[in-house]
Design a protein around this ligand. Structure first.
Ligand SMILES: [Zn+2]
Length: 382
């Protein structure tokens, strides 16, 4: 029932359009062109579609296939932006070899967009009557600040959602979150020859780094989740001091803490604050403050939720095997949709090279995903 020729052609077109996130790379074109392409296609199928401008070059597209009755509504979500293309020889070629389609975003997640479009076209082509609405949301900026999904959930409600991030056709029912923290140690600026006066903010930060390293070693042992792996911590950025021959007055680090389902914002902050408090007590010259910069909650949904059951059954029917339940170690927009009160499950195509120099998607799996989404909509929105 899926128009495979159309779906593969759409995938090729989507990969050829530069939709690099300008928040990550200033030369990125954003989602305007790809959004117009999707909007045009949806309208050509006879589906009501709306383009929302979020910022210059940044758009969301929302299509709605109206149900005929009062059945349950299903929201599908894919992000249109990609990470940058540095180091890639042909990021926008969409070339096909051995059943793989290559290019930036092929796997993450233009294959998923093509599958959603193929599914939508099939509903229209075959006059499939659903009782509930199917809402197709194509959003901006998942790779950076998620302005797209954060805006989308303000206006669109549904009984359940499927986020089509890549899962190799397994059923993803949870993912880690993260917190970003800025910690600044303060010393006392002095001439490098006057140790009685100077307090070195950099070496004081070193005390904290030792403790953070201990925590980083402990976390994976102490906190683990059957599907999402382990909690972790690292310090991606450090900056301190102003010049040779001057005691450093300030040293700043950024801490990246990856969290597991069940971990809450207050406790994660407290864990870091406790270390700072302990050092402050131990060393009268240790002064540091912590500032939470960003919190992206982890996400988890039960296997027994109706949408998870529906998607699992639909996938098993299309694939002829029982797909595994998995968790992702990275964060996704599903957390935002879940927090908006919409039960959300994740399923996407097979492929490789996510955020790497050679990215590809298995074309077969895009068609299979399209069939799974169609089956799921028929079952769920009946
Ligand atoms: Zn993605």
């Amino acid at each position: 029932m899926i128009d495979e020729t159309f779906t593969i052609a759409a995938l090729t077109d989507l990969v050829k359009i530069n939709s690099v996130n300008p928040g990550l790379d200033k030369t990125g074109r954003g989602e305007e062109e790809i959004g117009l392409y999707i909007d045009r296609l949806l309208k050509s199928f006879g589906i009501e579609s709306e383009l929302t401008l979020l910022a210059p070059k940044r758009v969301n597209v929302t299509g709605r296939i109206k149900g005929t009755g009062k059945g349950k509504s299903l929201l599908l979500n894919a992000h249109m932006d990609t990470v940058g293309v540095e180091g890639m020889s042909e990021p926008f070629s969409g070339s096909i070899k051995d059943g793989k389609l290559y290019g930036r975003g092929a796997y993450d997640m233009k294959g998923s967009i093509a599958a959603m479009l193929g599914m939508a076209k099939s509903i229209q082509d075959n006059n499939i009557e659903l009782s509930g609405d199917v809402i197709l949301t194509f959003v901006a900026d998942e790779e950076y600040e998620s302005i797209g999904t954060r805006e989308m959930v303000k206006y669109h409600k549904a009984d359940a959602a499927i986020v089509t991030e890549p899962t190799d056709l397994d059923i993803c029912i949870g993912h880690r979150g993260f917190g970003i923290y800025e910690i600044t140690s303060r010393g006392r600026i002095a001439h490098g020859g006057r140790h009685q006066e100077g307090i070195d903010a950099n070496t004081k930060m070193g005390l904290l780094l030792v403790e953070l390293d201990k925590l980083a070693q402990q976390l994976p042992d102490e906190k683990s989740h059957p599907l999402c792996g382990q909690a972790s911590l690292h310090v991606p950025l450090i900056q301190g001091g102003q010049s040779l021959f001057i005691y450093s007055g300030e040293c700043t680090i950024h801490v990246e803490r990856r969290t597991l389902p069940g971990e809450i914002e207050m406790n994660v902050l407290e864990e870091l604050q406790t270390i700072i408090d302990k050092l402050t007590e131990q060393d009268k010259n240790f002064h540091a403050t912590i500032k939470p910069l960003l919190w992206r909650a982890p996400y988890e949904i039960s296997k027994s939720t109706p949408i998870v059951i529906t998607v699992h059954e639909s996938a098993a029917g299309v694939l002829n095997y029982q797909p595994a339940y998995i968790g992702h170690s990275w964060w996704e927009d599903s957390a935002i949709i879940g927090k908006a009160g919409i039960d959300t499950v994740i399923i996407g195509p097979k492929g490789g090279g996510i955020h790497q120099e050679t990215e590809w998607v298995a074309i077969d799996s895009v068609v299979q995903l399209s069939k799974i989404l169609l089956e799921a909509a028929i079952k769920y929105c009946k």
